[in-house]
Design a protein around this ligand. Structure first.
Ligand code: DGY
Length: 330
């Protein structure tokens, strides 16, 4: 019998697949909140597989609390920065994630939504209208900017970056430039994208959207120097992981008008919106920022697909195959 511990209730598609197997004993933490660390360590004891969420830090202490029989950590997220990969490798534990077209489309749609929310000033004008301040049409009232014909700089030309490029290029006539550690020729061909060095991209783009994983090499990939290179009419979009952007530097850039605005779904000290408990960064006070609570992939379709993909990874592993989404540890 394979013991699987799921750290929080997730959409049911994958759970049904696992429950259908008679050789699996499935336990799910039933509360709809992040599992407290102490309960996590007690609950994983004896588990062969942990199905974890991005909210849980799965480090060596959790792996050791589970015991030597722990063979797999199946993360319910495309990101895997919550897992200590080196510790997993040392213990021979397989780690998997949940990429897929549904997740890519949902996150790309959210990036599009943030771009339009900023350029068409949707939050400000909604607040204004609800406050009964609308007293009549005006030719200079709440002027925003066009998206059509502008340049989108994508940092990270993988599945999500490509989905966003497709939508923006085909749907809105946006020119695509991108940067990554390696070139993506399929992306270049499909949307006529141009590969640029990071600083050249920052100089050129009207929108910069980040789609790289959080790794030691991507922490603060966008900081004070990069924000200074961006046009003061440009917008920064982050739907990947908060620490990729130096949030303190971003607040300074937003406040000084070094960039026009930012659309953020992720935060450096998530779930805090300000790393400094005294709120010194004051990100929430920046009217030129649109903030969403890490909901870019929060569509029914994407979250069910992530559940299915997590289960597919587990079932492949149990059947002695390499899971389709094994995370490579170098
Ligand atoms: C992920 O999958 O990594 C997203 O951040 C949440 O779906």
């Amino acid at each position: 019998m394979t013991k699987i511990f799921v750290t929080r209730d997730i959409p049911d598609e994958g759970l049904k697949m696992l429950r259908a197997r008679t050789d699996i004993e499935l336990k799910v933490y039933g509360e709809d909140k992040k599992i407290p660390d102490g309960i996590l360590k007690r609950s994983v004891k004896g588990a062969d597989i942990i199905l974890s969420l991005l909210t849980e830090k799965i480090d060596s202490s959790v792996m050791d609390a589970a015991g030597k029989q722990l063979k797999m950590i199946a993360n319910y997220a495309v990101g895997f920065d919550n897992i200590d990969l080196a510790a997993a490798k040392e213990r021979g534990i397989v780690v998997t994630n949940t990429p897929g077209p549904e997740l890519s489309e949902a996150v790309a749609e959210h990036a599009v939504a943030l771009i339009f929310t900023l350029t068409h000033r949707i939050v400000e004008t909604d607040t204004f209208t609800r406050a009964k301040k609308y007293k009549g049409w005006g030719p200079k009232m709440f002027l925003g900017t066009d998206v059509h014909g502008k340049t989108l700089g994508i940092i990270g030309g993988g599945a999500i970056g490509t989905a966003l490029a497709r939508k923006m290029h085909n749907g809105f006539g946006v020119k695509i430039v991108y940067n990554d550690i390696k070139r993506n020729e399929a992306l270049e061909k499909e949307v006529d994208a141009t590969y640029l060095e990071k600083n050249d991209l920052l100089k050129k783009a009207d929108f910069v959207s980040i789609h790289v994983p959080l790794l030691p090499s991507t922490k603060h990939l966008i900081g004070e120097a990069e924000l200074k290179i961006m046009k003061n009419t440009a917008y920064l979009i982050n739907t990947s992981r908060g620490p990729i952007v130096d949030e303190k530097a971003l607040v300074v850039a937003l406040t000084r008008g070094d960039i026009a605005g930012a659309g953020l779904d992720v935060y450096e000290c998530e779930p805090l919106i300000d790393c400094d408990p005294t709120d010194t960064y004051e990100l929430r006070k920046c009217a030129n920022a649109v903030l969403t609570p890490h909901t870019a992939s929060a569509t029914i379709e994407a979250r069910q697909a992530m559940s299915r993909v997590a289960a597919e990874n587990i079932l492949a592993f149990l059947d002695g195959k390499t899971p389709p989404n094994a995370v490579k540890v170098s």
